[in-house]
Structures are given as structure tokens and as C-alpha cells.
Design a protein around this ligand. Structure first.
Ligand code: 13P
Length: 247
């Protein structure tokens, strides 16, 4: 089995019910994409988006709690996301690691909860600019993979996204060689640890847009993208889906 191609959109804290029109547009423009398509809207929109998409694109959360229920005001359980139609959940995004001081161990525990709920965990890793400048990128990514990806991960229940922190929302992207270096390392580490690590989908994320998507998708071991800003509008996300379909 080859890794599945996945165009994933992370709406972050953007969007209201009115934004669901973008789904209608995306489905109209790309009725049969040559890749999997996932959108992770704010949690309050997951149910409505899943109903609107009716299985034609996948819908996911942006975080979940490690426990299945309990006294955790404001948190959302993986089973609750699954209950309202989510198939995926983003975990360990750098904004969660920064804003909420999430550790690798917490991301691992959340990933286990996601798997138990039947969700595909989209686990994010990425170095800061200071870490890259210090030559620590490969060590940072190795440590995050080792600490965040649970032992039960498989190609069917886990997707890994490499998102350099300094490339998120900045308009800056790594060179293709830099992306290739990290993706080759991830493939090697995952293949060494998991029986089907060679088949896990590996995404690149950080300032992906229509103009750079094709070049990024031509990079070895890049099986798709996790897209922030350019996933909010069908007019931007559509061409990225088309580029991945053609890759
Ligand atoms: P941008 O595409 O806006 O840089 O965001 C990337 C990201 O963080 C996706 O999770």
C-alpha cells in the first residue's frame, strides 16, 4: 500500500456557519478529487460541516482531550468529535504546543484517545527558527516523533505533519531540500518503528498556497499538505487539491 495523498485544511479559530458555503463551492469545483480531502474547522462547526459534506470530504477536530469524558470544562473528547461526524483530529499543532504548553507526552496520550475513538490522528511536529539556526532540526523532529506518536500508530490511524514553526502563517517556506531532508528522516524513523511506517502519509505544512503547492508535492515522501490560511477559501484550497491530485 502506498501512502494516501491527503489535502488537509486547518481553519484554526476562523469561520462561522456562513463559511460552510466554501464547502459547497469546493465540492462543486472538485466533485471527484484524486486525493483525500479533509477540513478541520473550529469544533463548533464540525457537526454542521460533516452534515453538509455528507462523506464527500472528511471533517476533523483541531484538538481533543486525552480522557473520554469527565470534569474538564471547555475540553472536547475524541469520542465526542467522532459522535458528531469527525473522522480525524489534529494533535500537537505548534499553536497548541505554544499556547497551551502541550508536551510530547500529552500529544501521545491524546493520540491514543483519538485512536480509541476511531479517529485518525494528524500528529504535528516542527522546529522553531532558533532550533533550525542552531542546527537542531533533525534532533527536534526525531524527539517529537518518538515522544508524540504512540506505539499503536499505523498507516490507517495516523498521519504525520511536518510544520516548521517559522513557516506557519509567515509566507516563508523551507527550500525543497530542507523539506526533503526532514521528510526522509521521518520516513526512516517511522519505518524503523512501525511495521507499516513506509505507508504512513506524511504532510508538509507552513505557508502552502496555490503557487507553491505543485513544487512541494514533487518533494520525495511528501504525501500532501496541512494548509492553514489558504484552506479558508475554496478558490485557494481548490487549486491545492488539484495540484495534489496531479502529483
Ligand atoms: P498556514 O498555511 O497559514 O501557514 O498554516 C499552516 C498550519 O499551521 C496548518 O496547520
Amino acid at each position: 500500500m502506498a501512502p494516501r495523498k491527503l489535502a488537509a485544511g486547518n481553519w484554526k479559530m476562523n469561520g462561522t456557519l456562513a463559511s460552510l458555503e466554501q464547502i459547497d463551492q469546493l465540492l462543486a469545483d472538485h466533485p471527484a478529487p484524486g486525493c483525500d480531502v479533509l477540513i478541520c474547522p473550529p469544533a463548533v462547526l464540525v457537526h454542521a460541516m460533516a452534515a453538509r459534506a455528507s462523506g464527500r470530504i472528511a471533517v476533523g477536530g483541531q484538538d481533543c482531550h486525552a480522557k473520554a469524558s469527565g470534569a474538564h470544562t471547555g475540553d472536547i473528547a475524541a469520542v465526542e468529535l467522532a459522535d458528531v461526524g469527525a473522522s480525524h483530529v489534529i494533535l500537537g499543532h505548534s499553536e497548541r504546543r505554544t499556547d497551551h504548553a502541550e508536551t510530547d507526552a500529552q500529544v501521545e496520550a491524546k493520540s491514543v484517545a483519538a485512536h480509541e475513538a476511531g479517529l485518525i490522528a494528524v500528529i504535528c511536529v516542527g522546529e522553531t527558527e532558533a532550533q533550525r539556526d542552531a542546527g537542531e532540526t533533525l534532533d527536534v523532529i526525531s524527539a517529537q516523533l518518538a515522544g508524540s506518536v504512540p506505539a499503536g500508530a499505523t498507516a490507517a490511524n495516523t498521519v504525520i505533519a511536518y510544520e516548521p514553526v517559522w513557516a506557519i502563517g509567515t509566507g516563508r517556506t523551507p527550500t525543497n531540500d530542507q523539506i526533503a531532508e526532514v521528510h526522509a528522516l521521518m520516513r526512516e524513523r517511522l519505518s524503523a518503528r512501525f511495521a507499516d511506517g513506509a505507508d504512513m502519509s506524511l504532510l508538509y505544512g507552513g505557508s502552502v498556497k496555490p503557487s507553491n503547492a505543485a513544487e512541494i508535492f514533487a518533494t520525495p515522501h511528501v504525501n500532501g499538505a496541512l494548509v492553514g490560511g489558504a484552506s479558508l477559501k475554496a478558490a485557494d484550497f481548490g487549486p491545492i487539491i488539484a495540484a495534489l491530485s496531479a502529483a
